[in-house]
Design a protein around this ligand. Structure first.
Ligand code: NDP
Length: 281
């Protein structure tokens, strides 16, 4: 199975499908990552706040895949937006992951109501990590169009990706459009709506028609829209199922039917980035 890749505006390429490890318990993470790499995954999405970067590092070591074949993403903990904190904890992430360079590092949340609304100095700090060679690329997560406009305007540094909630029940089209306008690729978090897609009748019909599972249909929909996905699972059978999405195509009608499931703001499962202000102790 060959995973499609996307070329980012800085010239690097990223596997369009990976494995997300949010809510994978730290003690299980090495096993989960090693199994995913054995299945064929080469892209892992973690974060400081998931508290499992060390497990990701151990899984990478155990699998023995060549470093250049891997694509590893992590994200800045909400507690460390001040530039000096960001500089310190970025190095700690690399140590936990056992890497001297990370492929992609993101601001996890903009936190516009915290830190005097200043996520711009945080973004400038991340740009230093590219300059010193410790991050190949940098991006953002949960940035609304106004947040994106602001960092680009004030720094001239354009994120390669914006990782935001997107699934059939929440298309997040305004953010996807803002991303396109800036040449930023959308990464769709909770691509399976955290498992909630399983009960939908329209998706069930498309699964029957294509001979695929509902999860495979939804992942295919994301891929054909051009977004990057990293469904989370701890189960190896589901890792295989979610990986097996490159041998079929949805028709335009099927894509449109899935598009009609968008419930706008009511379809959101996670917090609204304009008001989210969680800062861990
Ligand atoms: P997902 O949409 O990936 O759904 C995960 C859930 O679906 C789990 O309960 C999993 O269960 C289940 N599942 C996975 N595969 C299948 C399958 N084939 N059939 C049936 N059920 C399945 O949700 P996440 O919220 O985990 O999002 C994915 C990734 O996105 C995260 O791991 C993280 O990397 C990223 N993310 C980023 C955020 C951000 O703020 N930047 C916020 C949230 C997520 P099980 O494990 O039991 O298989």
């Amino acid at each position: 199975m060959t995973v499609s890749t996307i070329t980012l505006h800085d010239g690097t390429s990223i596997p369009q499908l990976g494995l997300g490890v949010f809510q994978v318990p730290p003690e299980d993470t090495a096993r989960v990552v090693e199994q995913a790499l054995e299945v064929g995954y080469r892209h892992i999405d973690t974060a400081q706040m998931y508290e499992n970067e060390a497990g990701v590092g151990d899984g990478i070591k155990a699998a023995g895949v060549a470093r250049d074949d891997l694509y590893i993403t992590s994200k800045l903990n909400n507690s460390f937006h001040r530039p000096d904190d960001a500089r310190r904890v970025f190095g700690e992430s690399l140590d936990r992951l056992g890497l001297d360079r990370i492929d992609l590092f993101l601001i996890h949340w903009p936190l516009p109501t915290e830190y005097d609304g200043d996520f711009v100095s945080t973004w400038r700090a991340l740009a230093e990590f590219v300059e010193d060679g410790r991050a190949t690329s940098i991006g953002v997560s949960n940035f609304q169009p106004a947040h994106l406009d602001r960092i680009v305007e004030e720094t001239g540094v354009v994120p390669v990706v914006n990782q935001v909630e997107v699934h059939p029940f929440f298309g997040n089209e305004a953010v996807r459009e803002a991303n396109r306008r800036h040449g930023v690729v959308t990464e769709a978090w909770s691509p399976l709506a955290q498992g909630a897609i399983g009960d939908d009748a329209a998706l069930g019909e498309i699964a029957t028609a294509t001979g695929k599972t509902v999860s495979q249909v939804v992942l295919r929909w994301h891929l054909q829209r051009g977004d990057i996905v990293f469904p989370k699972t701890t189960k190896v059978e589901r890792m295989q199922e979610n990986f097996d999405v490159f041998d079929f195509e949805l028709t335009d009608d099927q894509l449109a039917t899935i598009g009609e499931l968008d419930r706008g703001e009511d379809g959101r499962r996670g917090p609204n980035p304009d008001t989210f202000d969680y800062i861990p102790d």
